[in-house]
Write a protein that binds this ligand. Structure first.
Ligand code: PLP
Length: 499
């Protein structure tokens, strides 16, 4: 049997595993060290990778050396590099070293934490890690946590619990074909993430069950409008049941006025779910704790360590003060999953739709231990400083403007060259949109930085989101330089240019 070749039965030999494992760790270490040398946004066309891979699977096993060589040759060039320190699009994330170790061990243990007994360590470490995170975020002790894969899934489970809390026998009887059920209504600002609407679709409540509340000029939910919408719905015979507040909206990281929303929920007896998928991590920084003001009164809150807590995808945490309701919504125990200790322990499968559960807590526990509370806070604090620095350059520059406040580490801005004489307002607005779109395309095409966009007050808006653990001031300066170089080029060219 040759080195690196699969034996006729059984797994790879321990010797090969050790040898190629060492080589792989060396390779990963170099990859992370030099992640900034890759094109951050994959410069490939659709189908580029597929065309290089055989259409049928190999009949006989292949040598692991060749497989790893192909990984190196084929995969990085066709990846958008989320580990690149100039990844500024969407919300930047990080695979930190202790997180990668945690993932490696998670795959090696392959523990399925569906029941306490199928993975006692995974179940208990999840409780520990989530309690530590809760303490660092200064959330009340009544919040118990559970790990899911993504915020979309966390919010869906929270809304399912809110619905269960109505005691309408929806678990038992469903919703279809029932004349006794009015239209259930959930409320979220027009800036809420699309995952909230998707959760309502998935839960069979339908898109029309979502009432989108307008925001004020600073993109925060208008609580007066929320109150009015709830009262109007009540008068019309609808059944309000849940409000979703967002702390750190996706487009511009605005923070809904949670204390006032919590008052409203208390008055109307509605479940308050807080979506802090991105911004929740910032609460580990003592001077930023104010962002969660009022959240201590929520029924549930989601935060994603896989966004801004240096945790490799995926790991989302749902904190809930009504775990009994969540359990009531989802627990269903067939005979083959009954255990003698089920009343004494937590069985993860009771708190969600999935049975099998990965040992995700391991990486979070390792990350918290390796960086410590202070280390995590220092890194997030630095990202906020870099965002403020970038925002100050935008503010001071002649042809640029900020389009939203910068409470955390995301800057919304655009190039804003002067209006031409006689140019109509609409034509000017369209020219600025086209200019900014072109700037984003040009900067992204350099491969040196990756920005994304949104629309704010009907203006095409560039977003620079800082969140990668390897991002330094030099990377942010370079992005600013690239933006200005391309703006200068667009002005000089005077082509059919957007300018
Ligand atoms: N909520 C907010 C505020 C987000 O910004 C995002 C993603 O960016 C999500 C939810 C969805 O996150 P996930 O990809 O974990 O489902």
């Amino acid at each position: 049997m040759g080195r690196g070749v699969a034996p006729p039965v059984g797994d790879m030999s321990a010797e090969d595993f050790r040898r190629y494992g060492h080589e792989l760790i060396d390779w990963i270490s170099k990859y992370l060290e030099h992640a900034g040398r890759y094109f951050v946004l994959a410069p490939v066309r659709p189908g580029a990778l597929r065309s290089q891979i055989p259409q049928s699977p190999p009949h006989n096993g292949e040598n692991i050396e060749e497989i790893l060589a192909d990984v190196e040759r084929l995969i990085p060039p066709s990846l958008t590099h989320w580990n690149h320190p100039a990844f500024f699009a969407y919300f930047a994330t990080s695979a930190s070293a202790p997180g990668i170790f945690g993932e490696l061990l998670c795959a090696a243990f392959n523990a399925n934490a569906m029941l306490w007994r199928t993975a006692p360590a995974a179940t208990e470490l999840e409780e520990v890690a989530l309690d530590w995170l809760r303490q660092m975020m200064n959330l009340p002790a009544e919040f118990d946590g559970i790990i899911y894969d993504t915020a979309s899934i966390s919010s869906m489970h929270a809304i399912a619990a809110a619905r269960e809390n109505l005691n309408l026998r929806i678990r038992e009887d469903g919703m279809s074909g029932r004349a006794d059920l009015p239209l259930l209504r959930a409320y979220a600002s027009e800036q809420a993430h699309s995952s909230i609407e998707k959760a309502l679709i998935t839960l069979g409540l339908g898109q029309r069950s979502l009432c989108k509340i307008p925001t004020r000029a600073d993109f925060r939910m208008d609580v007066e409008a929320l109150n009015q919408a709830i009262e109007k719905d009540r008068e019309a015979g609808l059944l309000p049941f849940c409000v979703v507040a967002t702390v750190g909206t996706t487009s511009m990281t605005s923070i809904d006025p949670v204390p006032a929303i919590a008052d409203c929920c208390e008055r109307h007896k509605l479940w308050l779910h807080v979506d802090a998928a991105y911004a929740g991590s910032a609460a580990v920084v003592p001077e930023l704790r104010y962002i969660l003001e009022g959240c201590e009164r929520a029924d549930s809150l989601v935060t994603n360590p896989h966004k801004w807590l240096f945790t490799p995808l995926d790991l989302s945490v749902l904190y809930c003060r009504r775990m009994d309701v969540l359990r009531r919504a989802f627990s269903l125990v067939p005979e083959y999953l009954r255990t003698a200790e089920q009343e004494m322990v937590r069985n993860g499968m009771d708190y969600g739709i999935q049975l099998g559960r990965r040992f995700r807590a391991l990486k979070l526990w390792m990350i918290i231990r390796y960086f410590g509370h202070e280390g995590l806070a220092a890194r997030i604090r630095e990202h906020c400083r870099l965002a403020q620095l970038f925002a100050s350059w935008v503010r001071e520059a002649r042809d640029w403007e900020l389009l939203a406040p910068v409470p955390l580490s995301t800057v919304c801005f655009r190039a804003c060259v002067p209006q031409r004489e006689g140019e109509r307002g609409e034509a000017y607005a369209a020219r600025l949109d086209a200019l900014n779109e072109e700037l984003m395309r040009a900067v992204n095409a350099t491969g040196e930085a990756f920005l994304s966009h949104t629309r704010l007050h009907d203006k095409l808006t560039l977003r620079l989101a800082i969140g990668n653990i390897r991002t330094t001031e030099a990377h942010v300066r370079r992005a600013w330089q690239l933006l200005n170089e391309h703006l200068g080029r667009a002005s000089e060219a005077g082509r059919p240019s957007p300018l």
